[in-house]
Write a protein that binds this ligand. Sequence first.
Ligand code: ATP
Ligand code: MG
Length: 754
Amino acid sequence: MSESKDFLRTIVEADLKSGKYKKIITRFPPEPNGFPHIGHAKSIFINFGIARDYNGHCNLRMDDTNPTKEDTKYVEALKDAVQWLGFEWKDNLYFTSDYFPKIYDYAITLIKMGKAYVDSLTEEEIREYRGTVKEAGKRSIYANRSVEENLYLLERMKKGEFKDGEHVLRAKIDMSAANMKMRDPLLYRIRHANHFRSADEWCIYPMYDFAHCLSDYIEGVSHSICTLEFENNRDIYNWVLDTLELKPPRPYQHEFARLGINYTVMSKRKLIELVEGGQVKGWDDPRMPTIAGYRRRGYTPSSILNFCEQIGIAKANSMVDVAQLEFCIRDDLNKKVPRVLCVLDPLKVSITNYEGFEEIDAPYYPHDVPKEGSRKIPFSKEIYIERDDFMENPPKGYFRLTPTQPVRLRHGFIISCKEIIKDENGKIIEIKAEYYPDSKSGSDTSGIKVKSAIQWVCAKEAKTVEVRLYDRLFKVEAPEGIEDINPNSLQIIKNALIEPAVINQKPDERFQFERQGYFYADPIDYTDETPVFNKIVGLKDSWGKKTKEDESPAKPKAQTKQVQVVGEVEPMNEEQKKFFNKYTEELGLNSEVANILAHDERLCCFYEESLTILDISVNPIALANIVVNEVARELKEKQVEELKFSAKQIVELVKMLEDETISNKIAKEVFEKMLKTGESPKQIVEASGLVQISDPSIILPIIDEVITQNPDNVIKFKAGNTKLLGFFVGQVLKKTAGKANPKIVNELVATKLK
Ligand code: ATP
Ligand code: MG
């Protein structure tokens, strides 16, 4: 169990201590209407994890109350995902549909208590009668039906005597409740549809709010853990269980923050669109954020569990950087998988002074010497290297093979270029080179200095393989859907060359192709004739640093470093590890940020200094983010003494951000000014009136103005194009020059347009 307890485990422990429950029973209750995604992994990790930690059990419950969208294939996918992540439900696999008879009986009880009625308003009328946040709703005239009439109608609904939508069963609670969900919520609706398990036995189906709490109760669940968007449903949950006066103990609902990841869509509805629209090749396409997708791509269960552990459990929604998930898989594989040589874009090299054939012994785990395992790499006169590991006219700082610069063949000899052969179009098709017989790796007495070692394969012995390079499926941070797809998310290389041991000895399924990244033998398409490898992840985060080494030859210092780290995450020394642990464990930084800080001495000092002046109102995570982004950018070019701002001022800036005096956007502006003038952020904000506007009485008139100016969009929005919400919010922010608090604007616009 992790050392620091999260708020859910704190609750569970208190409930055990007080004797409220003897046994902890949780449940993971997906609707089988799609493949589970990484958000579900978080929920699985929490529910099964808590049950395991407190010697209880977790039920796997298919929440199958919507016959039109559900299917057995999704049930199987859910079971697979839970198992693959390493959890067991043992005998506890349940289906809400199995409880339909019991749930129906509870509905009858409520009617008899005068707490439920059959309503015959149309869907539209029901919506109208519900009122708004500001106005109370009004109760349906049908709410006065007698108990007998209600029982009679419900019975007939069940028998299939009415059409879809003709009647519904509603709880009689309070049409003026502040919580809109409590305004006589629907308990049952008519659906003439075939259910994948109960077939045509039922034509009325219980609503989530009625079925869920009762299913929890029926199963003896103690802690019903769900995501934050169900916060308002908690009142109904309690109302149903309390009103029915069920025998204790009864379950209680607790909410945690849903996982969101940037560059990723994460609702089954959107994922179905991708699958059905053919944007990806099925639910297990390696670009999909589904468990099946990660699995096919080559992610390990432990990397996903580590990720869930790292992001923790919070009560406020936030967006996690996809780089953190990538870090977790890289971190896992870095320690485990063999390193081999593969050339993706081969360029022929003939070694003119070599005759014959030899095999070079090379370890699979050169970074981890005690770990045994090696193979023979064949070497002969003709080899292939990576096309971009040779440059005829290299920029400064290019460390690989050039007409005047020798290079080492990884695990092998040093070679130098003697002649370049081109085709009629001027394209280089071959290099004639010479090798140095006394330069063999491990016994090099040649005295020749090289700046890097490159991958290569022996022409005669190499195997042709297909390599699938995956990039992020979406090109924007907060993708909406298909329109944001990255057109280059898949690149297929048909003729990559790999050293023969990978195919003949199959030392593993996952590999590091040195200098390229981590790869996985595709579990479905791999055959002996055509071996296929999926790229799992690159060697380091390259997103956002799209410019390649070769295109920006400046800064030789950074280059040296790049050569050193090629192939591995730089190991940390003891001191750095101490900082890393402190940041992740005590301060809750994500490992990517902690990693940057721990590795960079100057950033680390700066962060440490600011921590000493921190008071409890300031969040160390927000502070760390500014340090690794904004401050780091400055420190690339300057020394600490040259900075115009101090650690104290950065803390001040974070404080204003945290108490919402200023918005993120303004914080950036303030920071820019701090760089130039050295003034304190307080001074800057006060002098330029940059304070964030949160007062609705200032914001509302601006919203009105935007609404009047865009009548067409208002009509579209009301007709259901809810994406336009962003448009309206954007317009309002623009009119306030980014000073309005976006969260408040969002809420106000949403209410206005309702
Ligand atoms: P989606 O919107 O993607 O369809 P959902 O919430 O409708 O998701 P369910 O199958 O009903 O999906 O969810 C099963 C469980 O997984 C629920 O308890 C839900 O709260 C949880 N869950 C779903 N998405 C996430 C997420 N992004 N982060 C954490 N938990 C999630
Ligand atoms: Mg859903």
